[in-house]
Design a protein around this ligand. Sequence first.
Ligand SMILES: Nc1ncnc2c1ncn2[C@@H]1O[C@H](COP(=O)(O)OP(=O)(O)OP(=O)(O)O)[C@@H](O)[C@H]1O
Ligand SMILES: [Mg+2]
Length: 264
Amino acid sequence: MTQGRKIVVETRDLNVSISGCDVLKDINLRILENSFTGLIGPNGGGKTTLLRTLLGLIPPDRGEVRIEGKLLGTGRRRTWIMGYVPQQIRVDRRFPLSVLDAVVMGRYGRIGLGRRAGRTDREIALDCLDRVGLAHLARVRIGDLSGGEQQRVFIARALSASPKVLILDEPTAAVDVAAQDSFYRLLQELRQAYSLTVVMATHDIGIVPIYCDAIACLNRTLHLHGRPEEILKNEVFKKLYGTEVEVVMHGKIPHRMIGGHHHD
Ligand SMILES: Nc1ncnc2c1ncn2[C@@H]1O[C@H](COP(=O)(O)OP(=O)(O)OP(=O)(O)O)[C@@H](O)[C@H]1O
Ligand SMILES: [Mg+2]
């Protein structure tokens, strides 16, 4: 199944509890280099918890996380290999920070605490802003941007540290439906431009088979994990999502049909 590709992120029998509640149980996950994994599942299923555990922000009760084969120790801060765009960031309008400065902050993990960002850091940050199409807003106060634009600033911030893995938690929550497609195309471009491995939690089930090359269905345990073609055919997937979304494969490109819609 790994087809000789390198495993970048791996969990082994990962168990996580928060405030005494079991949130993740026996998660065995393998993320391959340059893959784009869609992490789906119901609200409260543990997606954010899993992503934060992969980043080293939540210590597991049992089991382990390995990044490029190296054990991620409990309580240890994540490394710059992993870029993170958290769920629902919304910056207060009055927050006195320019868009460019927000992106430069992503460099601090690289520069080291206590050292000032230099010209190169600002150039890299501006380049990342340009990549997400927001270079013209570099001097604007970040709080004045729309939710969708702020989301792209935070992607640029994560990219500015030159990560190998980009972790996104519901990045399209603030993006309107019409803009979703261009957002996912942007992600594809970034993935190629920076040779990224992407892991994204999302509720856009219809989008996942189109853009992702792996799907992981999480609801406390990992129900399914594999290539979209295999997952979509799977009876468990049909049971989990069949009532709301019917996924039909037309050749290699799957199309989503909302329940009740019939078409050749
Ligand atoms: N600090 C906490 N104390 C108690 N329970 C918590 C805490 N943080 C998270 N949980 C619980 O952990 C479970 C998993 O939450 P998580 O945020 O990982 O789910 P999710 O799949 O990301 O959901 P969503 O799709 O709504 O973002 C939830 O039932 C949540 O209530
Ligand atoms: Mg979440």
